[in-house]
Ligand binder design. Structure first.
Ligand code: PEP
Ligand code: MG
Length: 325
């Protein structure tokens, strides 16, 4: 198997019926970067910057952050990198910043909420990213956005930092693309407004699923009971990809779903073409995709998701489909 996946490294990520896919890796540490070459991925679809902060002994200053981000760009070369702004707070505590006690940390004062309420940290990070991306494209997305107004506030913060850098004679990126993680269900009901505000969307299926089903993602007692390959979740994922397509906004799935072959097959069937996953998943997902006739799967999958008729157990249907094809 391992040898088979290695051989696939330079093979195109194209389905049997000729659909081109973009397979990307999730990353968060500099030691992960060699995986980019080893996996043959097209780039980094999710760089979890908070991991760099969690392993540091003290808060990395702007210059130190800039250096870290630059090393990531160097490792990526021409391949795109999508950075995610700090997803700290809640249960991801930085040892050098006083934590607040919260009863429900996953739903607490974290990520973009903290970033906008105490903008010092986010501003430093944005400044470092803008500097590191000088002369190339900066792709940055914000975690846990629950309303388009949070995104516009984050964009305003970025704009202010760009003006600051220009005023001080610093070079800035050639292009800046800002996006949201779609992982809080409320955003699904502002999708039109969100899509006219952002440059791209990345579906954080881990959190989106946790919050849609009200099921703690880390609680193993619940893993069997709640299945992401369920009707409600597949319908939500389908709406997202349909709306993104209609609005011509690029969309990626970067939750764990994208790295599991059966789940990735379902995502391709729904219409997703960009998936970001742990490096070790690239081989298995590519092998699945190259054997898949997406249009045939779509023709079987989509009618089942139409409302009105209970479609039965979706995982069994998809597993049987994968088995037969
Ligand atoms: C997600 O929520 O799906 C995601 C990719 O982000 P994280 O797992 O870091 O919360
Ligand atoms: Mg998340």
């Amino acid at each position: 198997r391992q040898a088979q996946y290695r051989r696939l490294r330079s093979a195109p990520s194209t389905t049997r019926d000729g659909r081109d896919l973009t397979l990307l890796i999730n990353s968060g540490l500099l030691v992960d970067l060699p995986h980019l070459d080893e996996s043959g991925a097209a780039g980094i679809g999710l760089f979890r910057t908070e991991i760099l902060f969690m392993v540091a002994h003290s808060l990395p200053r702007v210059g130190e952050q800039e250096e870290l981000y630059r090393r990531i760009y160097e490792a990526a070369g021409d391949r795109p990198v999508t950075f995610r702004s700090l997803d700290v707070g809640g249960d991801k505590v930085l040892p050098y910043i006083r934590a607040v006690e919260e009863e429900n940390p996953a739903m607490g004062w974290r990520a973009i909420r903290l970033g906008l309420d105490r903008p010092g940290l986010l501003r430093m990070q944005v400044r470092a990213l803008l500097r590191a991306a000088a002369g190339r494209e900066l792709r940055l997305m914000f975690p846990m956005v629950s309303s388009v107004t949070e995104f516009t506030a984050a964009r305003a913060l970025v704009d202010k930092e760009i003006r600051h850098l220009k005023r001080h004679g610093h070079a800035t990126p050639d292009a800046i693309r800002l996006g949201v993680m779609l992982e809080v269900p409320s955003l699904l009901f502002e999708l039109e407004e969100v899509l006219s505000a952002v440059d791209f969307v990345s579906v954080g299926s881990n959190d989106l699923f946790q919050f849609m089903l009200a099921a703690d993602r880390g609680n193993t007692r619940l893993t069997k009971r709640f299945d992401p390959l369920s009707v409600s979740f597949l319908r939500a994922l389908k709406r997202i990809v349909d709306e993104c397509e209609r609005a011509h906004v690029p969309v990626t799935v970067c939750g764990e779903l994208a790295g599991r072959p059966l789940e990735a097959m379902a995502l391709l069937g729904l219409g997703y073409r960009q998936l970001s996953m742990p490096p070790a998943a690239i081989g298995p997902v590519k092998a699945m995709a190259r054997a898949l006739d997406v249009d045939r799967l779509r023709a079987r999958l989509l009618p089942r998701l139409e409302p009105g008729r209970w479609p039965g157990h979706m995982r069994s249907f998809l597993a049987a489909y994968a088995e037969d094809h």
